[in-house]
Structures are given as structure tokens and as C-alpha cells.
Design a protein around this ligand. Sequence first.
Ligand SMILES: NC(=O)c1ccc[n+]([C@@H]2O[C@H](COP(=O)([O-])OP(=O)(O)OC[C@H]3O[C@@H](n4cnc5c(N)ncnc54)[C@H](OP(=O)(O)O)[C@@H]3O)[C@@H](O)[C@H]2O)c1
Length: 283
Amino acid sequence: MRILLTGATGITGKHILNSLIKTKNEIITFSRNSVKQNIKNLEHRTGDLYSLNDIDLLLKDIDVVYHIPPNMHKDEVKLSSNLLRYICKYKIKHFVYHSVLHPNIKNLPHHWNKMIVEDLIIKSKINYTIIQPSSYMQNIFNDKNNITNKNTHLLPFSLNSKLCIVDLNDISEVASLVIGNKKHFFSKYELAGPEMLSGNDKAKILSKVLGKKIIARRESINELEEKLLIMNVNIDEIKTRLKMFEYYSTYGLPGNSNILKSLLQRKPKSFEQFIFDNKNKFQ
Ligand SMILES: NC(=O)c1ccc[n+]([C@@H]2O[C@H](COP(=O)([O-])OP(=O)(O)OC[C@H]3O[C@@H](n4cnc5c(N)ncnc54)[C@H](OP(=O)(O)O)[C@@H]3O)[C@@H](O)[C@H]2O)c1
């Protein structure tokens, strides 16, 4: 089977690619920058989801597609619709869409845009599967320096808000299980981790596993905004991030791991095990 993977140079894409290349399939990655790996069953095609011409050329010899839309992109609906148009034209056998947990949250643009795309997919009459992952455990690596050097876990929302964070490697395993498999056609899977954890809960687990006291500290929105501006993050993405943290402060991100457990046929990874497995990254 020839699998096209979009977004393979991103955080999600790198994990999903690692899982897909272990299968016997041929993997074709697509993004503006190339994927640097010298692997037998891997081919990279450079292109832009804005370009209908690039997408038309891309899909001619593809069997199935795993689509990871760019994170918090203002034109997420346009880019995914462009792809979907040619998925229909070339009668692609299976389209897997990497969405998000609770896409129905209207005041978070990166969730609501996925709701619109999901609606287009369902109406398109193609064989689809929609994956709805929760926030990744891997996001903690963004705070690696504070945890390692300042014994502090910094979060820009309430330290008591609970999120059902999930290991991206578990999500990637599901990606290779479902792609091209008829049993999963016309399904939507909410994929959450096994526990609801707050910043304070995570700090306790970090302390236990790393063997030193880690304290959770709330970062002010102004502090975060300044940091993102220095990092040259574009203004639309900053606004979306700030809305997301405001939402998390009020509502957290609830979810249940039953679906993930039944797909994996094992317990999804706990945060404690995840930190234990990645202990060397915090030294
Ligand atoms: N982070 C989380 O906790 C989480 C949880 C659930 C769901 N998600 C969802 O997962 C998705 C991916 O997130 P991520 O953080 O992995 O994204 P990311 O690291 O920002 O990667 C984005 C990918 O899209 C590609 N891309 C961007 N613009 C493109 C264009 N015009 N044409 C072709 N390719 C383009 C990028 O490659 P080039 O720059 O090389 O083109 C890159 O490979 C997002 O939609 C996000 O909402 C994330």
C-alpha cells in the first residue's frame, strides 16, 4: 500500500512517520521542507498545500492518505479542503484525518476549524477515519529547561485544571493500526490518556520520578505573550494559544481513555511511565 503522510516534518508527523515506516508499506511524505531520512520504503515529495497543482501531481499514485494539518494555522480549512478535493478526484481508498479532542469548541479556532473540516469529510462520500487526540504528554519537553535547571514546571493556566494528556507514541500506534483498514472506515475516535492531571499533579509525578522537588508555577499571560513574540510566533497563533490557555483555566480538557485502550488492546501509557521512559531528557 502507498501511504501519503502530510505534515511529516512536524512534531506529530515525526512520531507517526516512525510508526508507519515499521510497516511493510511504502510511505510518501509531503511538506515544504524535506524529510531527511535514508530509509528504503520512504520517499519525500516537496510541495505546498496552498498549491492545487502540487496536490494534483502528488495524489496520482497514492492509495491512502494520513493528513496532519499544520498546527493553529489560520487557513487550516482551506489547506485541508484543497487536499480533500483531490482525494475525491483520485478516489483515494482511505483518508485518515488527524483532528483534535473536542473539535466542537467554537471559541478555539484550531478546534473549530477541525470541526468544519470533519463536516466536509463526512459529506465527501470517501472512506474516512477521524482521529481526535488529546493534548500530548510530549508538550512537557517545551518546558524541559525550567524543569531541569530551575526545578519548576511552568504553565500559563490554572495549576488545578485537569487535562487528559496522552502519549503521542500511543496515538502513532493507532495511526498505523487504522490506516487502510476497512474495519475503521467511517469512525471517529476520541483518544485521551489514562488520567486527568493538573499542573500540580504533574509536578508531584516529576518530583517522584526525577528524585528532586519540582514545583508547578503559573506563568502570567503577559509573560507568555512576550516570550512568544521574541520567538517570532505569528500574531494569529499567539492569539489562538492565549485563548486555549484561558479555556484550559476555566474548563480543563476532560476525556476518557477507553477507546484508546480498546484500539491498542493494552493500557495507554501513564504520565509517570512516560517521564520514567524519558528521564534522560531532564538531566
Ligand atoms: N500538540 C498537541 O498536543 C496536539 C494534540 C492534538 C492534535 N494536535 C494537532 O496536530 C496537528 C499537527 O500539530 P504539530 O504540532 O505536529 O504541527 P507542526 O509541528 O507545526 O507541523 C506542521 C506540519 O505541517 C507542514 N506544513 C505547514 N504548512 C504547510 C503547507 N502550506 N503545505 C504543506 N505542509 C505544510 C509543516 O512542514 P513544512 O513547514 O516543512 O511545510 C509540518 O510538517 C495540528 O493540527 C494540531 O492541532 C496537536
